[in-house]
Design a binder for this molecule. Structure first.
Ligand SMILES: [Zn+2]
Length: 165
């Protein structure tokens, strides 16, 4: 499992440059059995004439770090419902134990590549929504308890918690 620091370091500057485009609309944070789950609704800033896309951006951490330094060192499991995460990030992060196949279940590599493959070296980086949520997490206090989640997310988290003693 990779730390928040590692995830940020692997993320290309072109993605980091877009963090300012993201608004974090709603934050929920709960802790259970020594892990904390942060579920944020994120969106791209409203542009006139364009539909505002909204996503669900999730981070599971060991412990509930409240300082930036502790947060940076935390090992993380992450997921986002945006297309960028699906095509660039999910499979590469799964190889490092930092995500679960949720959005790319039926993914097959295209036979004829019309476009260059995305992330062919499987670099475990994250999308701009996750980067924006990483800025908000140290300021968000996790409360003891649970929140309703989609079944596939629940299953993923039950599996991933095994990594967390
Ligand atoms: Zn995203």
């Amino acid at each position: 499992m990779l730390s928040i620091n590692n995830l940020i370091k692997s993320t290309p500057p072109s993605v980091k440059a877009k963090v300012g485009d993201v608004v974090v609309k709603a934050k929920k944070a709960v802790s259970k059995e020594g892990s904390s789950l942060y579920v944020f609704k994120t969106a791209t800033k409203k542009v006139p004439g364009k539909k505002q896309e909204k996503y669900e951006t999730m981070t599971l951490l060991k412990g509930a770090p409240t300082t930036k330094a502790a947060f940076a060192k935390s090992e993380a499991w992450v997921s986002c419902t945006c297309p960028f995460f699906k095509f660039h990030c999910e499979r590469a992060l799964v190889k490092k134990g930092s995500s679960t196949i949720i959005h790319t279940k039926d993914y097959k590599p295209p036979k004829v590549a019309k476009r260059p493959p995305v992330n062919p070296r499987n670099i475990p980086y994250v999308c701009k929504h996750l980067l924006a949520s990483f800025l908000a997490i140290p300021k968000t206090r996790a409360k003891e308890g649970t929140i309703p989640l989609k079944t596939e997310i629940q299953k993923a988290l039950v599996n991933i918690r095994k990594y967390i003693p």
